[in-house]
Ligand binder design. Structure first.
Ligand code: KIV
Length: 272
């Protein structure tokens, strides 16, 4: 089991693929303001995501659908001011990536606010969007499995890829987003064996959230890691690190260490 230490140097986009080749697991957290960003950065968190989860945990909505590009851009600029070493990723919110041109406009604003990469949900017609952005020098993180912007079609927040056909589709989509040029892939709420197979299929790192311990990295929503009640059902994969870390900074450091040494997530925080 690999047990690394926090990166000495600021993270770059090419360093992510090198981390996978080196077997170095990546610790990622969501963040929405400069104060938490500074604390995460100092605690050795590698990747910071301004997720559209901000619609649920900051704005108090029931889904991520009301979040706008202006919202994510504002929070990205706040978070960017707090970071020195962590790589900053910003979400393209619902429908901001409906066409390649819309995605390009939104992504330019996010990169100008300080992000080094944008994240978008899905495959299908999004493959064209990924190619379009990557050809224009915008690094892309893909997101498959449970894609919260699809909540209306999915009928809720449910584990994806449970049967053989769905697992096979996920594997094909994962290869397709990699081939389209994505640099990173978030896998959300996917059974452990499916995420493990995708992780070994790909040369880009996978970042799991409810996707088992064999991904190349993990992400949690800040409020979940701190055990805050954000008014929504607590998913199985959530762990309160504040209890074990003793302080906010301690919680971030305990999380980053647990991701690096492979002790989080365990079976209790994964889907079989
Ligand atoms: O919006 C978000 O916070 C996310 C993470 C849960 C991966 O997409």
């Amino acid at each position: 089991m690999y047990s690394g230490t926090p990166n000495e140097k600021p993270w770059t986009v090419p360093a992510l693929a090198q981390a996978k080749r080196d077997g170095r697991r990546l610790a990622m957290l969501t963040c929405y303001d400069a104060g938490f960003a500074r604390t995460m950065d100092a605690a050795g968190v590698d990747l910071v995501l301004v997720g559209d989860s901000l619609g649920m945990v900051v704005q108090g909505h029931d889904s991520t659908l009301p979040v706008t590009t202006a919202d994510v851009t504002y929070h990205t600029a706040c978070v960017a001011r707090g970071l020195e070493k962590a790589l900053l990723i910003a979400d393209l919110p619902f429908a901001a990536d409906a066409t390649p041109e819309r995605a390009l406009d939104a992504s330019i604003g996010l990169l100008q606010a300080g992000a080094a990469m944008v994240k978008l949900e899905g495959a299908g017609h999004k493959l064209e969007v990924i190619r379009f952005l990557v050809e224009r020098e915008i690094p892309v993180c893909a997101h498959l499995g449970l894609t919260p912007q699809s909540v209306l079609r999915l009928g809720g927040y449910k584990v994806q890829g449970r049967d053989e056909a769905a697992a096979q589709r996920l594997r094909e989509d994962a290869r397709a987003v990699q081939d389209a040029g994505a640099t990173l892939l978030v896998l959300e709420c996917v059974p452990t064996p499916v995420a493990a197979a995708i992780t070994s299929d790909l040369h880009i790192p996978t970042i799991g959230i409810g996707a088992g311990p064999q991904c190349d990295g993990q992400v949690l929503v800040l409020h979940d890691l701190l055990g805050l009640n954000s008014g929504h059902r607590r998913p199985r994969f959530v762990k309160d690190f504040l209890a074990e870390g003793g302080s906010v900074a301690g919680a971030f450091a305990a999380y980053a260490q647990a991701v690096r040494d492979g002790s989080f997530p365990d079976a209790e925080h994964s889907y079989a």
